[in-house]
Ligand binder design. Structure first.
Ligand code: ADP
Ligand code: ADP
Ligand code: MG
Length: 471
């Protein structure tokens, strides 16, 4: 078993990994850049090292991070998500220096991180992909010819894209011509690669993804699916496990497809296979070769600790479970609480958390790195907390979500919490049948009041008086 792990990340996921290490008796090493000196992951890890003044550079300096792992006697690095987690060069440097990279092999990361390569591998494995490019596009004229044969609308996508960026829907040739240079420039800036490709745009699809786990012995299993159809600008806001809108047949089919995909590329460790579902059609979209933000909800319904399994598998141990050992119970929802102002076009709202009160009670889990007095720096993602609720049935899970969101207090910055309360009241959402157009189709859900209702304040005052009287 691994003995000491360097965590090449920050924020809630770094804290999540520290927690797994602590439970497994493994020493944890944090890295931080100066703006993060007072961050929670720094306080919680057994050791922490500064990577310099620049807010971001230190988290992205592959050679320096691997050197530090060697110098501090670590035997492994956990990359978390984002940053270097899908950087095959980083995995390769780890391998060269005798440090275990907690994830798949470098060549598998490279193959799946390139979306056109991944499509080729899936076609070869017999996994259905969305109709589209066989290769990266050479120029706009090739794009136009291909789009005409696929039929509009099409999706123009950055080959190395991620985090919902570098994707544009084009409804006509004119739009394609307009968007082409924009996507290339966005892809170059964000991902350092100008490669783009085309896919048929699946109209109003459901985003269904399957969590998989694979070991170095060649075994691979799935932990069922997550429904991430509640998105804004291709970014997930609320995730649900299992999907309330799959038939049992679709569920087992998509699970088997994901395992087939993983085995076909010699996958090791935890990963996610993402699909688009429309009617009875299921298409492979991409594979994320890392732990995902929403792994939490799968943990809640299956009871499997995914980060622990990642560490065990990276240690060379076989999977702790066979497919028939995996079952799920109830429903879990994750709310990505972002420090953003939904009423102001989701503008990031960084600053000092003047008060944080974590919701609790049955079926509630929070994964966060904020605390009262912490200042959210402006250099990173705006997601500041993941609120996860679980209950035995769908309606109870929704009600528990509303209750937990109401319990929670995050003051000093604007958050998406109140907006999620509106989504939870919506009948279409509550019906369990929705697709990726839900958020854009419901702009009226942004018309809520940020102030606490007078009745709520009156109740709070009454409760305070009653409590005082009882003493
Ligand atoms: P998940 O796929 O786990 O649901 P996201 O898509 O929100 O999560 O991505 C998690 C984090 O990783 C975000 O901060 C996102 O910006 C970052 N990220 C994902 N893919 C890439 C990529 N290809 N390049 C750079 N950053 C990425
Ligand atoms: P990322 O790497 O940024 O996560 P994905 O390829 O996973 O990019 O796509 C992100 C989201 O964009 C999907 O969840 C879906 O909502 C939308 N999307 C991507 N491709 C298509 C498509 N071909 N048709 C319709 N929607 C798509
Ligand atoms: Mg994706």
């Amino acid at each position: 078993m691994l003995k000491k792990i360097l965590i090449a990340n920050r924020g809630e996921i770094a804290v999540r990994i520290v927690r797994a290490c602590a439970e497994m008796g493994i020493r944890s090493v944090a890295i931080f850049t100066e703006p993060d000196r007072h961050a929670l992951h720094v306080k919680r890890a057994d050791e922490a090292y500064s990577m310099g003044e620049d807010p971001l550079a230190g988290y992205l300096d592959a050679r320096r991070i691997v050197n530090l792992a060697v110098e501090t006697g670590c035997d492994a690095i956990h990359p978390g998500y984002g940053f270097l987690s899908e950087n095959s060069e980083f995995a390769r440097i780890c391998q060269e220096r005798g440090i275990t990279f907690i994830g798949p092999k470098a060549d598998v990361i490279a193959k799946m991180g390139d979306k056109t390569q991944a499509r080729k591998s899936m076609i070869a494995a017999g996994v259905p992909v969305t109709p589209g490019s066989e290769d990266n596009l050479a120029d706009i004229e090739e794009a136009v010819v291909l789009a005409n044969s696929i039929g509009y609308p099409v999706m123009l996508k950055a080959t190395s894209g991620g985090g919902g960026r570098g994707i544009r829907r084009c409804d006509s040739e004119q739009e394609l011509r307009d968007q082409y240079p924009r996507v290339i420039s966005e892809a170059t800036k964000a991902f350092g690669s100008a490669e783009v490709f085309l896919e048929k745009c699946i109209v109003d699809p459901k985003h269904i993804e399957v969590q998989i786990l694979a070991d170095s012995q060649g075994d691979a299993i799935h932990l069922y699916e997550r429904d991430c159809s509640i998105q804004r600008r291709n970014q997930k806001l609320i995730e649900i496990a299992p999907s309330p809108q799959l038939t049992p047949e679709q569920r087992s089919y998509v699970g088997e497809l994901a395992v087939k995909a993983a085995k076909a590329v010699g996958y090791e460790n935890a990963g996610t296979v993402e699909f688009l579902v429309t009617g009875n059609d299921i298409y492979f979209m991409e594979m994320n070769t890392r732990v995902q933000v929403e792994h939490t909800i799968t943990e809640q319904i299956t009871g499997v600790d995914i980060v622990r399994e990642q560490i065990r598998v990276a240690s060379g141990l076989p999977l702790s479970y066979r497919q028939e050992d995996i079952s799920f119970r109830g429903y879990a929802l994750q709310f990505r609480i972002n420090a953003e102002d939904p009423k102001n076009n989701f503008l990031p709202s960084f600053g000092r958390i003047t008060r944080y009160y974590a919701p609790g009670g049955p079926g509630v889990r929070t994964d966060t790195a904020i605390y009262t007095g912490y200042t959210i720096p402006p250099y990173f993602d705006s997601m500041c907390l993941k609120l996860v609720v679980w209950a035995l049935n769908w309606e109870d899970a929704l009600d528990r979500g509303a209750r937990a969101l109401a319990d929670m207090r995050v003051q000093g910055v604007k958050t998406t919490a109140n907006y999620y309360q509106e989504i939870l009241k919506n009948d279409e959402f509550r019906s369990g049948f929705f697709n990726t157009s839900f958020v854009p189709n419901h702009p009226e859900l942004l018309n809520y009041s940020d102030k606490r209702a007078p009745s709520e304040i009156a109740l709070a005052i009454a409760a305070a008086i009653a409590a005082h009287a009882a003493v």
